[in-house]
Design a protein around this ligand. Structure first.
Ligand code: MN
Ligand code: MN
Length: 312
């Protein structure tokens, strides 16, 4: 079983950086979950920098310990987890990058592991969804994000981090009837911007509404739509208040605290998580304590906890 290096025997600041000090195992062999990086920011519309997200998340994830007391589960111990390394990307060429990420993620799925990705800007999720849909068919999809990423085009072109979710629905990778997006806020292009979600059949819960929900209500809303269907969870770090997580490309004021955001992820307990990611971590804009990368590492830890709880 693949386990992290024990911090009681070897200090956390030592060793080569991998996620949670897990072994770097590109071949994946026998792992339940494979954490992987997607160093890519060619799909960003404002501040670039998330190509360095995976290394920043790996660095702060050295703090993670095996037991998660918030949900009562041994994460490492119940799960065999590896850091599979980074998917190949091609700077400047999104049409060449997405198929390479898709092939990399397909390799993880084919070896029987659940892929959990570290972005990278959100356009990488289109590649991940192509890979998971190849295995599972159209998946239930939950997106926690300050944006819905359902816009049709930027500069007249179809692929970027603000359009990928619409592409994923058009390509039949997501079953919109089983899916939900939450946390959207900030200024829009027009009064009808959020209506595109309903037009496409996906439920959208803007932050103005979600902020009045308990995490349990959120969990029930997801359960009602997704049931036990294979579910992909995509967590855009800009879902979190940029006062807490400033290291991202398109921050929007307001949003959940670190505690609230983690509770919304924990509320997905019991769902059939078959993949997930944390995207849009751009460490150049992070605070001196690397709090955005720390938040991202802990969101991935909560996703691992969901998988461990379901298997325990
Ligand atoms: Mn996004
Ligand atoms: Mn966003």
């Amino acid at each position: 079983m693949h386990q992290p290096t024990d911090a009681l025997a070897s200090p956390r600041f030592t060793g080569v950086r991998t996620f949670a000090r897990l072994p770097h195992v590109p071949e994946i062999a026998g792992a339940d979950v494979a954490i992987h990086g997607m160093p890519w920011d060619g799909g960003t519309s404002f501040r670039s920098g998330s190509r360095f997200g995976p290394e920043a998340i790996r660095s702060m994830s050295a703090l993670l310990r095996p037991y998660n007391p918030a949900v009562g589960v041994m994460v490492f111990g119940n799960l065999s987890v590896v850091d599979a390394g980074d998917a190949p990307t091609v700077p400047g060429y999104i049409e060449h990058t997405l198929p390479r990420i898709e092939e990399f993620v397909s390799g993880i799925i084919d070896r029987g592991a659940i892929p959990l990705g570290m972005g990278g800007d959100h356009s990488v999720a289109l590649a991940e969804l192509r890979a998971v849909a190849k295995r599972h068919g159209p998946v239930a999809y939950v997106q926690l994000d300050a944006h819905h990423d359902l816009w049709d085009a930027y500069n007249g072109l179809p692929y970027n981090h603000g359009t990928f979710a619409k592409r994923a629905i058009e390509e039949g990778l997501i079953d919109p009837a089983k899916s939900l997006q939450a946390g959207q806020r900030g200024s829009l292009y027009g009064p009808d911007d959020y209506e595109v979600a309903a037009d496409l059949g996906i439920r959208l819960v803007p932050w103005q509404e979600l902020r009045h929900w308990t995490p349990a209500q959120f969990g029930e809303a997801v359960e009602k739509r997704a049931g036990d269907a294979p579910l992909f969870l995509s967590f855009d770090i800009d879902f979190v208040d940029p006062g807490v997580a400033p290291g991202t490309g398109t921050p929007e004021v307001g949003g959940p605290s670190a505690d609230q955001a983690l509770d919304f992820v924990r509320a997905l307990k019991g769902r059939n998580l078959i993949g997930g990611d944390v995207v849009e971590v751009a460490p150049q804009y992070d605070g001196p304590g690397q709090q955005t990368a720390l938040m991202a590492a802990n969101v991935l830890y909560e996703m691992l906890s969901l998988i461990a709880l379901r298997r325990a």
